[in-house]
Design a protein around this ligand. Sequence first.
Ligand code: ADP
Ligand code: MG
Length: 728
Amino acid sequence: MSKIRFSALEEQRKRTPIINAHGAELTDVFGENVFTPDKMREYLSTDAFKKLENVMGGLEDLDKNLAEWVATAMKEWASKRGATHYTHWFHPLNGATAEKHETFLSLSKTGKVLKSLDGRLLLQQEPDASSFPSGGIRNTFEARGYSAWDPASPAFVNNGTLCIPTVFVAYTGEALDYKTPMLKALAMIDKAAVDICQYFDRDVKKVVATLGWEQEYFLIDDALFSARPDLKLCGRTLMGHSSAKDQQLDDHYFGAIPRRVQAFMNDLEYECYSLGIPVKTRHNEVAPNQFELAPIFEEANLAVDHNQLLMSTMKRVARNHKFNILLHEKPFKGINGSGKHNNWSLLTDTGVNLLSPGKNPKSNMQFLIFLVATVKAVLEHEALLKACIVSLGNESRLGGDEAPPVVMSVFLGEHLSAIFDEIEEKVSSKKMTPDEKTELKLNVGRIPEIILDNTDRNRTSPFAFTGNRFEFRAVGSSANCGEPMTVLNAAVAEQLLAFKKETDALLEKDVKKDEAIFQVLRKYIIESKKIRFEGNGYGEEWKKEAKKRGLSTESDCLPALHAYLTPKAHRLFVDNAIFTDRELEARYEIKNEIYLKKLQIESRVLGDLAQNHIIPTAINYQNTLIQNVRGLKEILPDVYEEVAAPQIETIKEISEHIKTIRTLVTQMTEARKEANNKYPSVVERAEAYVKTVRPYLEKIRYPIDKLELMVDDEIWPLPKYRELLFSR
Ligand code: ADP
Ligand code: MG
């Protein structure tokens, strides 16, 4: 938590709902397992706490003495909360969170048993973490990974372990996690945004990005889950005929929450509160057994940590209720996938939301700058914004069943679009007349009333303005939000810097401030126009229109990832010291590798299931039919041909399907082998898998799903969609 208290955040916090789920007052429970500044103050001397506040606010570095004091304070507090172990807690590039627990136990020189936490632990620790993806950064023998405390995110006790949030970097200093570059991007936007705010309010000294994620997920009964190897190993179903009824009636969305689910949610919320995660809303989502949970927004770095913590906590709590959580973006074919909308805005230390229209023309001009800078950032870096959210899972979600399309666009709403149009029309490089200026300012001043009365919503846009924030909807449900937060904040910061530069150039030519700002606003509005789209993002026409506008319509993951290697990415990231070229290359490679491995696993699981579950089951059923036909022949020798005709037909059909499945599985295995042997490079192999292996997944699924409809329900080995989706 930063030294500066953000009043808006505090205000929101106070509104945290009080639900007496566990017989406890939830305001008491909130944050009880977090080493908050209040607790730090209790456990540290006044001087030490002051120094620590500076460290947390980024004003000072952590020194050895302070680290010693803080570590001791942490250990004492954590021990009282029942912790026996500690760990560095970080987000490696495999998308999970990593922990390696050690006890507080140590031995003195005389062999006495002590409980201690070494201060060096906060400064740097070398975990035995050689197996995390590094994209070639750690190939040499001395290339170890180091983790060091991120003082902006408080330590917490989880399940008897003191968790210390850390960054994770190579010995060379190169980032091996999501947090390190994000912190740099957040620092970049802080500075760039403060500089703009200075035009309007000299008191603004710090700006933070705020993030409120909405986590969608499926809950699946544990027993059914365990009977589906594909769900267990891939997180999604690789086969399964659609249920006769799924989401057609829209009767799940916002419906009454089933009892067992509600019990799970109560427990989860309780755990979240104790960990300081301010969860706020819960509801049924569109697909059966799909739900959503959203917190009150927080400073982005903390919000990302909280989302990572939430994802692991929800898996653990679900098990207590005999549920399993699916965080995959598309666990079931043909129905809603799961996303993680990233609601994003900027907040000043004076409590102003920079994407919320203010009370007067002046503050609304400031609002318009941040608005147009964001729009332009999306246009400038549409490819990177896509690259940071694509994955094997999200690839099958985007563009279908009510998920946002893969084409990036920004929705502003009718009224803001009209204001943009007005500025475009009325402002010109020549001096405006006083009347023109007054009228324009008057209209700009009216923005808040207009938007408040008419917050139009467009659910089909991947990047929509929703009244006081932007909502980046293309992010996948299993993603670490750190990645989109890095790209988005850096991209917007870049535009803010450019805006300032252009405005300052006009000011130097003695153009009045208002006038200068209006002129640059107009320029940015015109330049960013083609990314704005108010229509139906799901429609086919939009794809055509987007192509015409020259926007990227790439829908495959791997080509989209190339954006990380372009000169544009270099300019944004390397020039602003967020990534080095090597880090970018490493990330590109890691993403290819993860994609490849996941696809490989899917292909193997499908092959195994087809051979070991589906074909034997089909043969069993076929044998039953054969026996039946034989029996009929025996007792009805004269008419058996007619009576047994449907069975005989089915026997033949089953044979056809078995043959198809066998042939395709063999071909798929061959395709894997060939790609593995032919392409030692991960990137090339991944590309080969997409071309030669991926198509088999759907091809093999088809006859399997047909068999599911034919074979006796009694012997079908896998729980069906209707069971997975409607048992709760
Ligand atoms: P909806 O379904 O209408 O999008 P939700 O309540 O599900 O709304 O989620 C909205 C999310 O947006 C919440 O996490 C909320 O805290 C967050 N949010 C609201 N204001 C801001 C803001 N200024 N900055 C970031 N996130 C915000
Ligand atoms: Mg939303």
